[in-house]
Write a protein that binds this ligand. Structure first.
Ligand code: HEC
Length: 104
């Protein structure tokens, strides 16, 4: 009995961590790059809540729209992926991120 409970606990833990790897946030049709950043990224990336100052610096060799889109679409262990930010919305977000982040 105890054994069954722990297997179930493990399974729900696995389902939870899988869900945390992908975010189903979808930008509204009229959303600007700034709006998307504030809604989807600022919780982790804003230096101060509600501001557009980002706490990360992008390596100059990665400071391009292709890299930012790749990061947004694949995420990482600590960053969720955002498969629904794409096309024109991804371009707008990429421009916003690149014009507001620091370079190293
Ligand atoms: C749950 C927190 C979280 C959210 C939400 C999040 N990120 Fe991240 N992001 C991170 C962490 C942590 C890192 C640094 C570690 C890494 O590279 O995975 C990172 C790294 C990045 C990098 C790479 C920076 C570098 O130095 O190369 C970019 C670009 C980025 N995020 C863009 C975004 C964008 C755009 C969004 C919104 C669509 C977003 N992130 C949402 C946590 C988050």
């Amino acid at each position: 009995m105890l054994w069954k409970i722990s297997i179930r606990a493990l399974l729900s833990l696995a389902a939870f961590s899988l869900a945390a790897c992908s975010d189903d946030y979808t930008p509204k049709a009229n959303a600007t790059g700034k709006r998307i950043y504030l809604e989807a990224c600022a919780t982790c990336h804003a230096a101060e809540p509600g501001t557009t100052d980002m706490y990360w610096t992008i390596d100059v060799k990665n400071a391009n729209a292709t890299y930012v889109a790749h990061k947004v679409h694949t995420g990482s262990l600590t960053m969720p992926s955002f498969p629904n930010i794409k096309g024109a919305k991804m371009r707008q977000l990429g421009e916003f991120v690149l014009s507001h982040s620091l370079r190293k």
